[in-house]
Each structure stands twice: as structure tokens, then as C-alpha cells.
Write a protein of this length. Structure first.
Length: 326
């Protein structure tokens, strides 16, 4: 399959490696800073075209799949452009940053013959799959997720989109914690309501978004709580704890504890940042397998929009219980 990558920053390396591992070929690279695309071409020895304009790239090249690895606020417009041309698309999280963008994406997906996938790669972790298996047939009584990471002021000021509500859509919740939220939904189910509070405690000089939040998600048999912050002293493993009848488990990206017994996860090293995990290759391989076999990919827009709807509702809560959008 001929593939294109839009956005040649750090995360694109995992996509490029995943494309090659899945048997794809890089046909084009694109970045608004064309020097980044040129560097990626040289680094990997690609025989491919290089562009600064993603529209021109998609108009001039016949590609089977496009990978979107750009800042949050660009995801929806780029995805819609690809879908309108029936180009299969795999996008980094989040799907978009507003309800209006989500509606546009839903419309574009409905009118397209292309597959649409999103990188919620932690679902592929061995610990997550083991917990999914163990929870089958159990009634869940409580669940809790925690994401305590450290992002210094320089993290936000190093780009023109991080920490900006109009470009990132938020921070601690929609960026750092959305994977943990997605896993809670994947394991427990979609909640019906949320009560949440957000606060900017340490990054007021650099951002207009939150650096911590607390959210209570509720629904019949589908209730859980989530805390997240970018003000911790270091990056601690994002963790989830679940209590069910006869079963208590806690897990992060490296270890699972079930009723006091430790199940180490043999996941190997991480090709990028430790907090990214190593699920990208598995997810990309699965996506390409679905394309080749004409199967529906498991993390399409319907699945990816679940955590996004929860995020958007949490941002609109302001301490009040509100219904999560359908």
C-alpha cells in the first residue's frame, strides 16, 4: 500500500516504523515546515515526494492511506479532506477538539468509502487485554484512573499550539489523560453523565488551559473516576484500579496486579517516549490488516468519539452533573 504522513514531528517516527512493519510504502511526506519532511525523508532513506501543503499532496498523489500526526486543531480538517477523496486515514488522538468538528467528521465518514482509524494504542497493551478477559462476566463496583505527569513551562512555550484552548482544546484531560479515559470506557462501558472540575495551578503564565482536573463519570454499571495533572514532580505510570465481585486489579503500562498476584507485562522497549508505550506498531498492523482483508477497524470514529464526548462534557461541567452528548 502507498502511504503518506502529514506532520513529521516526533510521533511520526512511530507511524513510519509501523507503516514499514505492516508492509506499506512511504509515497509522500508533508509538514508545514518542509525542512522537517526533508529530514524525515533523509533519515529513513525514503524515495518519496515532499510537501508543505497537505491538500496538494493528496491531490497530486494516489495514496491508499494517510497518517495524520499534526497538532489537535488540524485533525478534523485534514481527516475530512482525506475522507472526501476516499483515502483511508489513521489519525493521532484526539479525533478533534469540538462538537462542531465531530459532526463534520461524522458527516465526512458517512459519505466516504474510506476507513477511518484513531491511535488509541494502549488498548493493545497485554495488561489491558488480560484485564478485559478477567472482567468478562463480573459486575464492576468501582473504578479509578490516575495520570500524574510533569510538564514544565517550556513544554508549552516550545510550540504555538500546546496550552492553547483554540488549538489543543485543553491540556491535562484531552491530551495527557485521554488514553486512560479511553481504557476506562473500553473496559467498563460508556458513562451517561459527568461532574468535573478543572484548574490551572502552576502554568498560568504559559497556558490558558487546565493543568489538573478531577471527573466523576456515572452510568448504570458504568461508573468511574479520573484524576489527571501535569504538575507532578515526575512522570508516574498512568494507572487504573478496578473492583469487581471477587476481583480487584490495578495496572499500568508495565505491571498488572490481580488479587495481590503480579502479572508482569513483557512489552519490551519503547521506540519513542516512555509515556507513549509500544502499542503503535500493533495498532498500525491491525489497521492495515483490516484494510487488506476488508474488515472494519475496531477503533474507528464511533469508538474514538466516546472518550472525546466524555472530555467535551467534562469541560462543560464546571462542577455540575451534566449529560454526556449522544
Amino acid at each position: 500500500m502507498n502511504c503518506a504522513v502529514i506532520g513529521c514531528g516526533a510521533i511520526s517516527r512511530l507511524h513510519i516504523q509501523g507503516i514499514y512493519a505492516a508492509g506499506g510504502k512511504i509515497a509522500a511526506l508533508c509538514d508545514s515546515d518542509i525542512s522537517k519532511a526533508e529530514r524525515a525523508k533523509t533519515e529513513y532513506g525514503h524515495d518519496c515526494a515532499v510537501y508543505a501543503d497537505y491538500r496538494r499532496m493528496l491531490d497530486e498523489n494516489k495514496v491508499d492511506v494517510v497518517h495524520i500526526c499534526t497538532p489537535h486543531y488540524l485533525h478534523a480538517e485534514m481527516a475530512c479532506y482525506a475522507l472526501e477523496r476516499n483515502v483511508n486515514m489513521l489519525c493521532e488522538k484526539p479525533a478533534c477538539i469540538s462538537a462542531e468538528e465531530l459532526r463534520a467528521l461524522e458527516k465526512a465518514a458517512k459519505n466516504s468509502t474510506a476507513q477511518l482509524g484513531f491511535c488509541l494504542q494502549n488498548r493493545y497493551n497485554e495488561s489491558v487485554q488480560k484485564v478485559k478477559e478477567l472482567l468478562a462476566g463480573h459486575n464492576i463496583s468501582a473504578a479509578w484512573g490516575a495520570v500524574a505527569w510533569r510538564r514544565y513551562g517550556e513544554y508549552y512555550t516550545a510550540s504555538d499550539w500546546r496550552g492553547k484552548i483554540k488549538k489543543e482544546g485543553g491540556s491535562a484531560l484531552i491530551n495527557q489523560s485521554i488514553h486512560t479515559l479511553d481504557l476506562l470506557i473500553y473496559l467498563i462501558g460508556m458513562p451517561e453523565t459527568v461532574m468535573a472540575v478543572t484548574h490551572n495551578l502552576l502554568h498560568r503564565a504559559e497556558t490558558d488551559t487546565e493543568d489538573m482536573f478531577y471527573a466523576v463519570f456515572q452510568g448504570q454499571g458504568r461508573s468511574f473516576q479520573l484524576f489527571g495533572t501535569t504538575t507532578a514532580g515526575a512522570d508516574f505510570p498512568a494507572s487504573i484500579s478496578i473492583a469487581a465481585d471477587g476481583l480487584r486489579c490495578t495496572f499500568d503500562d508495565k505491571q498488572l496486579i490481580v488479587n495481590g498476584k503480579v502479572f508482569p507485562e513483557s512489552r519490551g522497549g519503547c521506540p519513542g517516549k516512555e509515556v507513549w508505550g509500544n502499542g503503535h506498531a500493533k495498532l498500525i498492523g491491525d489497521f492495515y490488516g483490516c484494510l487488506r482483508e476488508n474488515r472494519k477497524f475496531g477503533i474507528g470514529l464511533e469508538e474514538a468519539s466516546k472518550s472525546l464526548k466524555c472530555v467535551l462534557a467534562a469541560y462543560g461541567s464546571d462542577g455540575k452533573t451534566i449529560k454526556i452528548g449522544g
